[in-house]
Design a protein around this ligand. Sequence first.
Ligand code: GAR
Length: 203
Amino acid sequence: MTVKISVLVSGRGTNLQSVIDAIENGEIRNAEIACVISDKKEAYALQRAEKHGIAGIFVNPADFSSRQEYDQKVLEILKEKGTDLVLLAGYMRIISDELINEFKNKMINIHPSLLPSFKGLNAQKQAIEYGVKMTGCTVHFVEPDLDAGPVILQKTVPILESDTVETLTERLLVEENKAYREAVKLFVDGKLEVDGRIVKIKR
Ligand code: GAR
């Protein structure tokens, strides 16, 4: 069976690209990207989708009067596309509980810190300013509480004294891109088992 993946994005889309490449080169089998949905018209991720023949859909927040209405529209598209798995890949909008609950244990996010440290925006800056020596990225299932769902995978990255937000972000992205395609492969291969907060990887 082919797992249909829909990806929500707002920006550059390197994590989206990583998953597209892994599907195209056969690292992830039995999966296809059904669509890419963006809340930003200019998101480069939409162009990446188009280059690979994937439907890129801009849903304009200005056309909706509330978050619930906006997410209702997103849900409609996700259902129409037969979505089995939703990936958040640099999607910077808060998602309504209703939409999250529709995809319980079937919606995955990537965050640029070792959660539960440095939730929310500008996680790289938060880590540098706190003075931690090690940070990283976290791939996790999405739950209504922000950046708090069960952790699937984490990768660590040291913070150097010479690091700026830009240099750290760049090194983190390399690990993020790897972590995301690994996590998606585990999901698609049916290897993830969620038991409360704990995600077990079946070997
Ligand atoms: C990534 O660093 C991702 O971890 C972060 O946005 C960036 C998107 O990059 N997401 C968050 O901060 C979510 N809270 P990309 O568009 O190149 O994949």
